[in-house]
Design a protein around this ligand. Structure first.
Ligand code: S3P
Length: 449
């Protein structure tokens, strides 16, 4: 049997059909993943508010960064086409975002909305309205509205200031020290961005360290940032001066994770994923797969514009179940859906706990991964804050749904590599949020196309 991977339009959505040989397709060769989503958002935003020109190479061309670009263009920032090899952003200078004539639309992107809110709230005398798609309008915004309000921000939202659409009247803010109840880079970055124009020291303390791309990039653009790793605290000194920079965006480890799991679970695989960001605040998935005895090696480690990068080689191996909890979770929160797929092919029972944040991502990823993998014959149970996954049950084809969540869509497609029969993923177009070429790359790796 040869592989069949086909996308069909079921307007306004797409269905991805995957029929792969029961003996499995060995994935070999080299693959490149698109630019890191988190770094792409930050490069566009800091470029927009800095003085002078920022040049960005390797920007993710997914829908999420396009939402960020569109929002800042609507506030007077000039950018070259995002499809250019080097994207240039003409920064307007700190405090100079214009009042937009219409509602800012963050689409599906929590990072766009939450980070941008810190900037909008700190632009005195400007009025902004912000919204997003159905998923984003159901995600909690009080987690950033609360600290911003503590700084003196004026923000109004639906359901007692919890949900977008939001209205913001910019203010001159006062510094704060915010103790966040969750380790979240979106919360931390929102407050740090609000602190840029705020006179004095603005500090965020987290229960454990979330991704630190904002800290690294703010420093590179000239802001004074202090990090205390012992207390997981970050301080920005305002008002800051930011100057445009050159940013080379590494490949996204969250996208690489799909190929790492694919290579680990398909017999005969030997695959190199090139140019992947391996910032230690993001490499939880490497630690998790190592604990499951996956065979992954780092090659050619290097540093590119302040971020560590390497090529990752994965070879098939027999996976063992493991238990994941605690500080590891914020370091791999976006990779849990595909880690759950890996656990289906491991010997023994895997538990993932301390992952309640998954319930407020693009969808409730705990409930959706449990229900969709169950449709395929997996034994997987929801926990309030995670999943219990029983390895070793054979999977067989069924119709499943992405719930318009990009990482769910792609995780289910990776499960298809070890599923007999025909697997159909509805609303598969969601993958384009962070990985526009995902289906084409999968087809290529499976010898089709
Ligand atoms: C992101 C932070 C994480 C992550 C999201 C991107 C960022 O969200 O899930 O995909 O770029 O700051 P939280 O900060 O809400 O955990």
């Amino acid at each position: 049997m040869t592989a069949r991977i086909a996308l069909t339009d079921a307007a306004p959505h797409q269905t991805l059909t995957l029929e792969l040989p029961a003996e499995g397709v060995a994935l070999t060769g080299r693959v490149r993943v698109p630019g890191d989503k988190s770094i792409s958002h930050r490069a566009l935003m800091l470029g927009a508010i800095a003085s002078g020109e920022t040049r960005i190479q390797g920007l993710l061309l997914g829908e999420d960064p396009r939402s960020t670009a569109a929002c800042f263009q609507a506030m007077g920032v000039t950018m070259s086409s995002l499809d250019d090899e080097w994207v240039t952003v003409q920064g307007v200078g700190l405090g100079n975002l214009q009042e937009p004539a219409d509602v800012l639309d963050a689409g599906n992107s929590g990072t766009t909305l939450r980070l941008m809110l810190g900037l909008l709230a700190s632009h005195p005398d400007r009025y902004f309205t912000v919204t997003g798609d159905g998923s984003l309008r159901s995600r909690p915004m009080d987690r950033v509205i609360k600290p911003l309000t503590q700084m003196g921000a004026e923000i109004w939202g639906r359901q007692h200031n919890r949900l977008a659409p939001l209205a913001v009247r910019g203010q001159s803010l006062k510094p704060t020290h915010y103790h966040s109840p969750v380790a979240s880079a979106q919360i931390k970055s929102c407050i740090l961005l609000a602190g840029l124009m705020t006179e004095g020291k603005t500090t965020v303390t987290e229960p454990s360290l979330s991704r630190d791309h904002s800290e690294r990039m703010l420093r590179a653009f000239g802001a004074e940032i202090e990090v205390d790793p012992d207390t997981c605290s970050v301080t920005v000194h305002g008002p800051a001066t930011l100057t445009g920079q050159t940013v080379v965006v590494p490949g996204d480890i969250s996208s690489a994770a799909f190929w790492l799991v694919a290579g680990a679970i398909t017999p005969g695989s030997d695959l190199v994923v090139e140019n992947v960001g391996i910032n230690p605040t993001r490499t939880g998935i490497l630690d998790a797969l190592a604990a499951m005895e996956a065979d992954i090696t780092l090659e050619n480690p290097r540093e590119v514009t302040g971020e560590p990068v390497a090529d990752l080689r994965v070879r098939h191996s027999r996976l063992k179940a493991a238990n994941f909890s605690g500080d590891l979770l914020p370091r791999m929160i976006d990779e849990v859906p595909v880690l759950a797929v890996a656990a289906l092919f491991a010997e023994g029972t895997t538990t993932i706990t301390d992952a309640a944040e998954l319930r407020v991502k693009e969808c409730d990823r705990i409930a959706v991964m449990a229900s969709q993998l169950t449709h395929l014959g997996a034994r997987i149970e929801e926990r309030p804050d995670g999943l219990t996954i029983y390895g070793g049950n054979p999977l067989s084809g069924a119709v499943v749904d992405s719930y318009t969540d990009h990482r769910v869509a792609m995780s289910l497609a990776i499960a298809a590599l070890r599923t007999s029969g025909s697997l159909q993923i509805q609303r598969a177009e969601a993958a384009a949020v962070s990985y526009p070429n995902f289906v084409a790359t999968l087809a290529q790796l499976c010898g089709q196309g």
